[in-house]
Design a protein. Sequence first.
Length: 327
Amino acid sequence: MKFKSIALAISVAMSTTFAHAESINMNLSGGNPGGLWSLLGAGMDRAVKADDANAVITYQATGGGFANLALLGANRTDMGLVHDAEVKLALDGQEPFKAPITNLQAIGYMYNWAPMHFFLNQSIAEQYKIDSLDDLASSGAPLTIGINRSGNITSDVALFMLAEAGLTEEKLEANGGSFVRAGANEQGELMQDGRIEMATNGIFIRHSSFRAIDENTDVVLLNVPQNVIDAANKAFGTSSFTIPGGSYSKQTSDVQTMALGAMVVATDAMPDEMASKLASGFLDNIDEIRNVHKAMNALNPELMVSQTVLPFHPGAAAVYREAGLIK
């Protein structure tokens, strides 16, 4: 009996040791296979490998944040990249979700600098004396406005902000205008061809699609009223942002707006140890993530913990707490 007890104790000790030595082997649901999120996935994989050569994060291309949240809600993926605004809609059970998703927990914030831009044809702006979002409805201008395609969070945000500024779809149609659904690059082409007078999107400052609009079309960047920014931040869990003056050729002053952010999200089914390893890997080897693209240069430990829409996974929170980043 004594030997059985010793054998059992050794067996338990060994199994505990092996459990603690388990390497990360997880899927990360992202977005387009060639976009920034795929680069972030590669950077995260390198970050965890820096601590454990056997660790693996496998990037899976999906339809984007909304699709990733659905996968997380059904426990069909380990982690997902999602926008903070998409998380807010998921938590509230708003469209496109049929009910609240309640099992989500954050691992780390990746960026919060994808500001909403509203570019308007300069001749239209001058003719109707429009320099701010809240001038659009009262101007009576029959605008054709580009909005991202359904299923892209920036379309939801743009429509919300325009409505908060008084330009609902009904008001736009009454003015003789309409919305046109088009992706980022397509909106640039439509602006250049004169098929739309206004482009909207929420991506990085001087993104290639924004540069194309700025360089090939005479446009102004509209100001956004503070009440619209505040309403959008409350509705989507986003943050205020300043587009510095001079970012675009005809933008002489700072423009205040709001910005989308992206984060890595897991579920409450993830073991604490795995979440801790992820957070430690991302934090200790942050340069592996930061170096994937110049757009990620501003990533730092403080930013990684700055999201407010979700509770952190307990395993990740323990790492950030030990590092003095959260209380």
